[in-house]
Design a protein around this ligand. Structure first.
Ligand SMILES: [Zn+2]
Length: 299
């Protein structure tokens, strides 16, 4: 699943390409993706029609992000909330030139041939097309007539602090942590203290902070909380700068991928040698996810 750096990197790369463009046509090929969120969903034709009709003819004004959600604001004030979930992918292809930009799930098939069997929604813009592809179809794109309705929808209610914003500081982080119990991995994954860290960045943050993901929140010393806070503040912008771990500005035929993958200390490195001390990295299952840490560098 894309995590905050991948979604933010995608947002940043889409901004100069789509802002100011008019959406001339919207084709919803799979209505259930615009009908509701959640694992079991049925198609709603009213929602499909609303999605296609209300957006049509409007200019894209802004793309914001809250946690792993992208929020498109269009001219009439409407909001389109996009969550890529496990296998969602947004691909922008200009009408002229070869440079396509994509982000989300890295599947060659889906961005090389467009539209393809995994394409579910197509936005036709002035100078190009924006495709939403999703192999497993867990993602969703929801239409809200205005920002108020979106905020009232409860979609963001359980979300914690936004790590790139000013509201995320050592005291708000510490305060939120005090309300939690259990291991660090679970705490980060449930998004209620701070948002945007999934399996990759939880393990990376814990490594750099020198704290094992198996540690309980209650056992953390103030200096460890400070280290975790500082690490989040450092690692996320660095990962965004590198294009995240699965996102890239994709130049056809170039094959370049998100560069942050090369910098991973522990993620996907179970059983290999620690890049810092050379010890064998421990791999275990924690909070239902594969977790890797160094038994020497992390306490
Ligand atoms: Zn080590």
């Amino acid at each position: 699943m894309p995590e905050l750096p991948e979604v933010e990197a995608l947002r940043i790369s889409l901004l100069p390409l789509v802002i100011g463009q008019i959406i001339h046509k919207v084709q919803v090929l799979t209505p259930k993706l615009v009908s509701s969120a959640g694992t079991s969903r049925s198609s709603c034709l009213t929602k499909k029609t609303q999605f296609e009709e209300e957006i049509k003819g409007q200019t894209i004004l802004e793309i914001k992000r809250r946690a792993k959600n992208l929020i498109f604001t269009i001219e009439n004030g409407s909001q389109i909330l996009i969550h890529l979930k496990m296998t969602g992918q947004l691909v922008y292809r200009p009408n002229e030139g070869h440079q396509i930009v994509w982000g989300g799930h890295p599947i060659e098939l889906s961005h090389m041939h467009l539209p393809n069997k995994h394409t579910h929604i197509i936005f036709e813009l002035d100078r190009g097309k924006l495709f939403y592809n999703d192999v497993r179809q867990f993602g969703y794109l929801l239409f809200f007539p205005d920002e108020q309705t979106l905020l009232k929808s409860g979609h963001f209610d359980k979300l914690g602090l936004e790590p790139l914003s000013d509201e995320f500081n050592l005291s708000t982080f510490t305060e939120k942590l005090k309300a939690k119990k259990g291991n660090l991995k679970k705490m980060f994954l449930d998004q209620q203290v701070v948002v945007g860290l999934g399996n990759i960045y939880t393990d990376e943050v814990c490594f750099v902070a020198g704290v094992r993901p198996t540690r309980t929140v209650e056992s953390l010393k103030p200096k460890e909380i400070k280290k975790l806070y500082e690490t989040i503040k450092t690692i996320l912008p660095e990962a965004i700068n590198d294009g995240g771990s699965s996102v890239a500005n994709y130049l056809l035929g170039d094959g370049q991928k998100g560069n942050y993958t090369k910098k991973h200390y522990v993620y996907n490195r179970g059983g290999l040698k620690c890049k810092v001390c050379g010890s064998k990295l421990v791999k275990l299952n924690l909070a239902g996810r594969t977790t890797v840490y160094c038994p020497i560098c992390q306490k």
